[in-house]
Design a protein around this ligand. Structure first.
Ligand code: GLU
Length: 479
């Protein structure tokens, strides 16, 4: 029987879930589901100073919002618990001792000043800086002397000097000259493991088969492979995904806009649209159809179809896609989600059905749900405050005539007969000799909504109802 695929997302909780990590999580999730394997969540919080519970919560909530539910993780446990690195310091110590005992690692007592000096010398001599390895062969006496001086040791891994080759499932065959890497620290003097060490111990213990992650980790991979080899462990497959760049081809950062998944969701991007968009950052559907549900993406997904190049985060495309999802969403579901952005209004003015009509009437041009707040404003309260363009129309000489006659029009409406209402409105707009139909409609719209753009006028009439329409028209007439 083929080995069960096991993959993981291993965020460090030093910030809210970044879209780059979200994309890595998604690709791992898609691969696990496609292969009938397991998707594991692990919290890499060895840097206790930079980690926080609030970030952990944000990461969990964001992954859940995207529908990326994990099979094993800190909150739900699993056969390889604990899934939080800070709860495993004794485990890393044990493996570090094993490497020390077998001669794959050594204690290093160099002070920061000594290391800085080494570095400076390398800079002066214009050669790359690699730790000299001068603590590799310390005698027991020398170590004891350093300890007496109060020096604290770190543990360094003896990095073999060779050309290391590995096959990356996305990037292809790669090779590295490890002599340029030097002996790197695996345990800090305070007893906490470094990333490169803890990640190997965990991936090994948790039986990971594939490591799918951002290409910023490619240069760490030879170090990690060397540790697997020293421990006699099976080396997993690696798949490094290109970076996500902003439209200006620089690293995507806050100055380009939102970068945390929770910020996108807060602004009113639908999680399902966001997931769809993120999947396309590096992956392309075989049939060219870009709008797909998570299940459809799983069905079409493979690591081979991920591009080895960087992807561009096109905000315009995300907006377009979100708009598509908004327009195709069932009105009651859309209203349920839109209500969050309508809390400043007195929603009890309307029944649930009417609220659905309100949302449906304004959804056409919406790209993010937060735009709903402004779009529905004129449906609430007795009066509207005309904006400058609307006021200009209301000040025009013909406005009085249009508005006076529209009172009769409204009185003639059967508000339960939408088609009849539309017909009467159409006839009314053409019934003026000296006023263009467009201006007739604008005048009424300005009086009813205080703006010149918005929902279909017939919907505005029906939703506001007779009394409020008459009130606003009379108000605009100065009555
Ligand atoms: N904690 C690492 C990060 O967030 C995980 C890297 C990895 O997947 O190995 O970048």
């Amino acid at each position: 029987m083929a080995e069960e695929v096991r993959v993981r997302i291993a965020p460090s909780p030093s910030g809210n879930l970044h879209v780059g990590t979200a994309r890595t999580a998604l690709f791992n999730y898609l691969f696990a589901k496609k292969m009938g394997g397991k998707f594991v969540l692990r919290v890499e919080d060895t840097d206790l100073e930079r980690s926080s519970d609030a970030y952990i919560k944000n990461i969990f909530d964001s992954l859940k919002a995207m529908g990326l539910n994990w099979d094993e993780g800190p909150d739900i446990g699993g056969p390889y618990a604990p899934y939080t690195q800070s709860e495993k310091f004794d485990v890393y110590k044990k493996y570090a001792k094993e490497l020390l005992d077998k001669g794959f690692a050594y204690e290093c007592f160099c002070t920061q000043e000594e290391l800085d000096e080494e570095k400076q010398r390398a800079i002066d001599e214009k050669r790359p800086h690699v730790y000299s390895g001068r603590c590799r062969d310390l005698t027991e006496e020398e170590k004891a002397k350093f300890r007496r001086e109060g020096r604290k040791a770190v543990i360094r891994f003896k990095m073999p000097s060779k050309i290391m080759k590995f096959h990356d499932l996305i990037k292809g065959d790669l090779e590295f000259d490890t002599s340029l890497m030097g002996d790197f620290v695996i345990m800090k003097s305070n007893g906490s493991p470094t990333y490169n060490f803890a990640v190997v111990i965990d991936d090994m213990q948790m039986a990971m088969t594939h490591i799918i992650r951002g290409e910023d980790h490619i240069s760490n991979t030879p170090k990690q492979i060397a540790i697997y080899e020293a421990l006699g462990a099976k080396v997993p497959e690696f798949a490094h995904v290109g970076m996500i760049l902003a439209p200006d081809r620089t690293k995507l950062s806050k100055r380009h806009g939102a970068t945390a998944v929770s910020d996108f969701i807060e602004q009113g991007y639908l999680p399902e649209a966001f997931v769809n968009f993120v999947a396309l950052l590096g992956w392309a559907p075989s049939d060219g159809v870009e709008i797909k549900t998570l299940d459809e993406i799983i069905a079409d997904f493979s690591l081979e179809s991920i591009s080895p190049s960087n992807s561009i985060f096109e905000f315009d495309k995300l907006n377009w896609m979100n708009g598509q999802y908004i327009r195709s969403m069932d009105n009651s579901e859309l209203t349920r989600r839109a209500l969050k952005y309508m809390q400043q209004y007195n929603l009890s003015e309307y029944s649930t059905e009417k609220l659905e009509e309100i949302v449906a009437s304004v959804k056409e041009p919406i790209t993010v749900l937060s735009e709903i707040t402004d779009a529905v404003e004129y449906y609430f309260g007795e009066d509207v405050q005309p904006n400058i363009e609307a006021q200009d129309i209301l000040n025009a000489p013909e406005a009085k005539d249009v508005l006076s006659r529209s009172i009769n029009l409204v009185n003639s409406f059967d508000f339960s007969d939408h088609d009849g209402l539309v017909e009467k409105l159409m006839a009314f707009r053409k019934s003026f000799e000296n006023v263009k139909p467009k201006n007739v409609m604008w005048t009424i719209r300005a009086a009813l909504t205080g703006r010149l753009r918005g929902a279909e006028l017939s919907a505005v009439f029906t939703i506001l109802g007779k009394e409020r329409c008459l009130h606003r028209i009379k108000k605009a007439l100065g009555e």
